[in-house]
Ligand binder design. Sequence first.
Ligand code: DGL
Length: 273
Amino acid sequence: MPGIDNRPIGMFDSGFGGLTVARAVIDVLPSEDLVYVGDTGRYPYGPRAASEVREFAREIAWSLVKDHDVKAVVVACNTAAAAAFHDLSNELPVPVVSVVEPGARALSIASKVRRVGVIGTVGTISSGAYQRALAEEDATLQLIATACPGFVEFVERGQTSGDEVMLLAERLLAPVVDAGIDALLLGCTHYPYLSRVISEVMGPDVVLVSSADETAFALASMLRESKITASTDRKGTHTFLSSGDVEWFADFGRRLLGPELSTASRWSRGVTD
Ligand code: DGL
């Protein structure tokens, strides 16, 4: 039928973080099939060189296209998007959606004082991707961007609360606390899992913005505009793959995402074009 495409959506992250985006996509687009790759065998991406992250991203994205016949790729990882979005958009034969632009848009809308913060991995913050995306949204917006090395490792270990995380958060978030912002973008898809701790450190006057919902809405519009939505009379299936320990991925991932993550299989590295 013209305008209907029941092929899956491909999505990837270095590990569990992209599950925040997967959750939003499952809720917003219940008829769509989803294939998610968590590269837990090679996480974290944040401290790695951009060129290395770019190769990982290309390898996974091409494997989604070739091995899973996806109709679109969602880069559910800010670090990978900062390093590879441009290349992926140019070389993949399917549309690519990133978390960066939808996040920047949501952050701009959330701020009244027009002074905002972005936190992310070292790779994301040093790439300048948010600095550029926000300048495009509103050049008058003041931005304080800070890297939070260590947050991702806590999330991947399943440690999302407690004294150790709180101490690290107090130390790393000091520059954004002192800056007098009223909205803070969680510019790493792992960070929503630390939102209680981050929110306690930032205080009640700072709105935390996650790019997950905005990315799902951006994906939904793109599918509609490209006329490649799945038929609405079906229920989507969800496939989860990991390059690391698949049992841990399924067990911990289910706690983060919910019952749709009932099992996980091994993602084996394909050949990059
Ligand atoms: N979740 C990823 C991001 O959004 C990256 C985490 C990492 O592997 O360092 O940036």
